[in-house]
Design a protein around this ligand. Structure first.
Ligand code: FA5
Length: 340
């Protein structure tokens, strides 16, 4: 029996050397220790041995089985280690390999301009506040002293949601909201989207942006309005920018004015883009707050005066960046957007 077992062990050792993967190991286990395996067959043959030889043969067979099992287990670990090493090598990340570049977005020009404007006014001591895009006829027209037959009230100019509620066509309703809070003095700006039934052209869009400015205090005068406008325009565009004031009419300011600045293309010399006037398109409207508006908001117009203006943020961006068409701001053409 001992001799037979030694031969089995010898054969197993040879087989084991040639085994290179886990499947081959399993085949070896079946070949030697399986139900019909060589060691198992010898075990079965014990029954035929003389009684006195049985214990020794049993012991030898068990020892052989254990040796085979141990060797299989050891080889199993070795093969697993080799496989793991191979896997790690194959899965190494090549940090120099090319991969698609991810582009991150940024604020649109309009939002950049709005933030720049707000920060200029903030530095001048103004509060920056936000307001609703959907507002009421009362705040947008009635309290702003707009006559019932004012053309801006018509449905052909303004987008109504119902009789009393509309998409604000200007940010001036924010004057009313702030004044009605009753905290004086007031120094505020409020920027955001506004909506008008305007035909699209080079300088008009049905959805655009305004920044409203309101100051109410004792002894506020037209000189304060001019000084504020001049400080902000020069801060935004540079010292060599001039302002042109033109008389105008708004129901909520008296007197009222409109403002243009030096043509950004020809610097005032006169060119085709400014129609040889040397001035930009109209940038803003403003004036001294009408006493009737102050009174509608519960402010004593004998004691307090104020100025207000509303500027077109889109047009400010056009002047700042030399854009000849407002549609560039809304077309989302990457060639344009990526320049900012
Ligand atoms: C107003 O909207 C007044 N609420 C401004 C105001 C405020 C006056 C406070 C007095 C006191 P106006 O309709 O002119 O005014 O518009 C103001 C600015 O918005 C214009 O100067 C222009 O820069 C811009 N704007 C007007 N319509 C459009 C449009 N369709 N597309 C782009 N910008 C526009």
């Amino acid at each position: 029996m001992e001799e037979k077992l030694n031969k089995v062990l010898e054969a197993f050792t040879k087989d084991l050397e040639g085994a290179n993967d886990l499947a081959e190991l399993e085949n070896l286990r079946i070949k030697y220790l399986g139900k019909k395996g060589e060691v198992t067959s010898l075990k079965k043959s014990i029954a035929k041995l003389p009684k006195e030889e049985k214990p020794k043969a049993g012991k030898l067979i068990n020892q052989t089985s254990s040796k085979i099992e141990e060797s299989l287990a050891k080889k199993n670990e070795e093969i697993k280690a080799i496989l793991l090493e191979k896997k790690v090598k194959e899965e190494t990340i090549d940090v120099t390999a090319h991969f698609d570049k991810y582009e991150s977005g940024h604020f649109a020009v309009i939002n950049q301009t709005m933030e720049e404007l707000e920060s200029i006014f903030q530095n001048m001591g103004f509060d920056v506040i936000e307001g609703p895009e959907v507002d009421t006829v009362k705040y947008v027209f009635d309290d702003l002293n707009s006559p019932k037959d004012h053309p801006a009230r018509s449905t052909s100019d303004t987008f109504y949601i119902n009789e009393d509620v509309l998409l604000r066509p200007h940010t001036s309703s924010m004057q009313i909201r702030v004044m009605k809070e009753g905290k004086l003095p007031i120094r505020m700006v409020s920027a955001g989207r506004v909506f008008r039934n305007d035909e699209v052209d080079q300088t008009h869009s049905p959805m655009f942006h305004q920044l409203e400015c309101l100051v109410v205090d004792e002894k506020v005068s037209m000189a304060n309005l001019k000084a504020t406008l001049e400080t902000f325009i020069k801060e935004m565009f540079g010292e060599d920018m001039n302002l042109r004031y033109r008389p105008h009419h708004f129901p909520f300011t008296e007197p009222s004015l409109e403002v243009d600045v030096t043509c950004p293309v020809c610097k005032g010399e006169g060119c085709s883009s400014c129609g040889n006037t040397g001035w930009s398109m109209e940038l803003l409207g403003g004036g001294m707050v009408h006493p009737k508006v102050l009174e509608a908001c519960g402010i004593d117009s004998e004691k307090y005066t104020g100025f207000a203006f509303g500027l077109g943020v889109d047009r400010i961006a056009m002047v700042k960046y030399g854009l000849d068409d407002i549609r560039l701001l809304y077309d989302n053409d990457k060639r344009f957007i990526e320049q900012f």
